[in-house]
Design a protein around this ligand. Structure first.
Ligand SMILES: [Zn+2]
Length: 445
C-alpha cells in the first residue's frame, strides 16, 4: 500500500495537479506559493504577491500584453498558467530553504517558468496591431522557440475574476487566442502551398512555366479576376507568386491532381494534429476529387473553403526557412527553483520534415522575389533581408472588407525570424505586411 501511494504521488502527481476536476490541486496551492512566469531575459510576466495576512494575489505587470499566451489563473486557467500549472505549483527549493520555511511556518515558493517569449518583440507586435483585430506570431525557425504571440482584441488578466461575465460573452470573442484558435481562409498566402504542389507534379516543367495574364480567367461559367483589376501580362512561375497573379494560379490549379494535392496538404499538417502546447483549431484543406473547376481555382489561390490559423501558417513558413524541417515549437525554455537554479531545460528537437530541402530552398527564393519586386516590396531595402508572401482573404459578401495576411522570414540566407500576421476585416488601408514591417523594424533597429 505504501509503495502504491508513493508511486501514485510521484508518478501521477503531474496528472493530479493539472486535472481541473481534481480538488487535490488546491491542497498543493495550500503548501506552495505559485511560481513566477518570466520572459526569456528574466522579466517577470506573472507573479504572486503575498500580503502580511497571507492573502495571495496573482499579478500580471504587463496587463493585457501577454493576455492570451501567458493566460490567467483565476476563474479556471488558460495559456501558460494552465500548461505550466504543475511546475508553478512544485517547489524544487533547496532543502535548507524548505527547512527554514517550515520552521517559520511559511509556504514554499513554487518553481519559475522561463518562457521563450521576448518582451520587446511582444510589445512591438502588440503596438503594430494597435486597435486592429488579428494576431501576430514570431518564431525562431532554427529552434522552434516562440518569441511572440499576440491576439487582439485582448483583455487584462489582472481583472479576469471581476470581468468574467463580460469577457465570456464578448461579441468579439476576446478570450479566443486568434493566433492558434482563429480559423481563416489563407488567401494568397496559400499560393506558396499551391506552388509547392505544382513543383511536385511537374518537376521538369515548372521552371519553364509561362502564362499570359489578361486580368481574368473563365472556366465552366466561373470567372476569376486578378486583385485590384490588375493585368499582369506574360508571367513566369516566380512572377506569378511575386505579383500574386490570381489568374495564373487558377490556371495552375486547373492542372493539378486533386488527390496528390490532398497528400501535400496533409504533409503540411492540414487535417492533422499540430505541435502546440496551447489549444488550437484544426486546419482544413477542403478540395475533393469530385469538385469542379470553380473549387479548384478558388482553392489554388487560397479563396475556397480551406481554413488555417496564423500559427499553422507560421509553422509552414518555419519549415521553408529551415530547409524543410519543422522544429518542434515551444514556449517553455526552462524551469528554475526559487534560487534561480535550473531544474528542467527544453532542448530544440525536430518535429517533422514537411518538404525536401530543395523544395524549401526553391520556395524561399520565390518568396524573396515577392519582397524584391512583388507585393511585399515595402520590406526591401531594409537593414535586414526578408522573404514572404502577402495575402488578402475575402470572407463575406462585403467586398469592401477582407482579411489581410502576411507570412515571411528575415535574414533570408540563414533565417532568423519567421513572422505570421493576420488582420481581420481590413479596409484596405491596414495591411498585414505593414504590421510585419513595423515589428521587424523594431527588432532590427
Ligand atoms: Zn494576373
Amino acid at each position: 500500500m505504501m509503495g502504491y501511494i508513493v508511486h501514485f504521488q510521484v508518478v501521477k502527481s503531474k496528472e493530479l495537479i493539472n486535472s481541473p476536476y481534481n480538488a487535490r490541486k488546491d491542497s498543493f496551492a495550500e503548501q506552495i506559493v505559485r511560481g513566477d512566469i518570466l520572459d526569456r531575459n528574466g522579466v517577470v510576466l506573472a507573479r504572486t504577491t503575498v500580503a502580511e495576512d497571507g492573502t495571495e494575489t496573482r499579478e500580471y505587470p504587463y496587463g493585457s500584453l501577454f493576455a492570451h499566451v501567458v493566460g490567467y489563473s483565476d476563474h479556471g486557467k488558460a495559456g501558460l498558467e494552465s500548461v505550466a500549472n504543475f511546475d508553478l505549483l512544485t517547489s524544487n527549493a533547496f532543502f535548507l530553504i524548505k527547512m527554514r520555511n517550515e520552521f517559520q511556518d511559511q509556504k514554499h515558493r513554487g518553481d519559475s517558468v522561463v518562457t521563450t517569449l521576448d518582451l520587446k518583440l511582444q510589445q512591438a507586435a502588440s503596438d503594430a496591431l494597435g486597435y486592429l483585430k488579428g494576431a501576430v506570431v514570431v518564431i525562431e525557425p532554427s529552434t522552434g522557440k516562440i518569441l511572440a504571440m499576440v491576439s487582439k482584441p485582448d483583455f487584462d488578466p489582472n481583472l479576469v475574476e471581476s470581468n468574467w461575465e463580460a469577457l465570456n460573452s464578448d461579441e468579439n470573442s476576446v478570450l479566443l487566442n486568434r493566433a492558434t484558435q482563429g480559423q481563416y481562409a489563407p488567401g494568397s498566402t496559400f499560393k506558396v502551398i499551391t506552388a509547392l504542389e505544382y513543383m511536385r507534379e511537374d518537376l521538369a516543367g515548372y521552371p519553364l512555366y509561362s502564362y499570359n495574364c489578361g486580368g481574368a480567367i473563365e472556366q465552366d461559367g466561373t470567372t476569376i479576376h486578378c486583385f485590384g483589376g490588375k493585368v499582369h501580362g506574360q508571367v513566369s512561375f516566380a512572377d506569378s507568386l511575386a505579383y500574386s497573379c490570381n489568374t495564373s494560379f487558377c490556371n495552375i490549379g486547373l492542372m493539378l491532381d486533386v488527390g496528390h494535392f490532398q497528400t501535400t496538404a496533409k504533409e503540411l499538417l492540414f487535417d492533422s494534429k499540430l505541435p502546440s502546447v496551447l489549444p488550437y483549431s484544426d486546419s482544413k484543406f477542403m478540395l475533393d476529387v469530385t469538385d469542379g473547376s470553380a473549387a479548384k481555382m478558388m482553392t489554388a489561390m487560397g479563396q475556397g473553403q480551406t481554413q488555417v490559423s496564423p500559427y499553422h501558417m507560421a509553422l509552414i513558413t518555419c519549415a521553408i526557412a529551415n530547409g524543410g524541417v519543422l522544429m518542434k515549437p515551444y514556449l517553455i525554455d526552462s524551469v528554475t527553483n526559487v534560487s534561480g537554479q535550473e531544474v528542467k531545460k527544453t532542448l530544440p528537437e525536430e518535429y517533422k520534415t514537411l518538404m525536401a530541402i530543395e523544395e524549401a530552398a526553391e520556395l524561399k527564393n520565390y518568396m524573396a522575389g515577392v519582397v524584391s519586386y512583388g507585393t511585399a516590396s515595402v520590406l526591401s531595402g531594409q537593414s535586414y533581408t526578408a522573404a514572404g508572401k502577402t495575402g488578402t482573404a475575402e470572407y463575406s459578401s462585403d467586398k469592401e472588407k477582407d482579411h489581410s495576411w502576411f507570412i515571411g522570414m528575415t535574414n533570408v540566407e540563414n533565417p532568423e525570424l519567421v513572422i505570421s500576421v493576420i488582420i481581420e476585416s481590413a479596409d484596405g488601408a491596414a495591411k498585414a505586411v505593414n504590421v510585419a514591417k513595423q515589428v521587424l523594424d523594431s527588432y532590427y533597429y
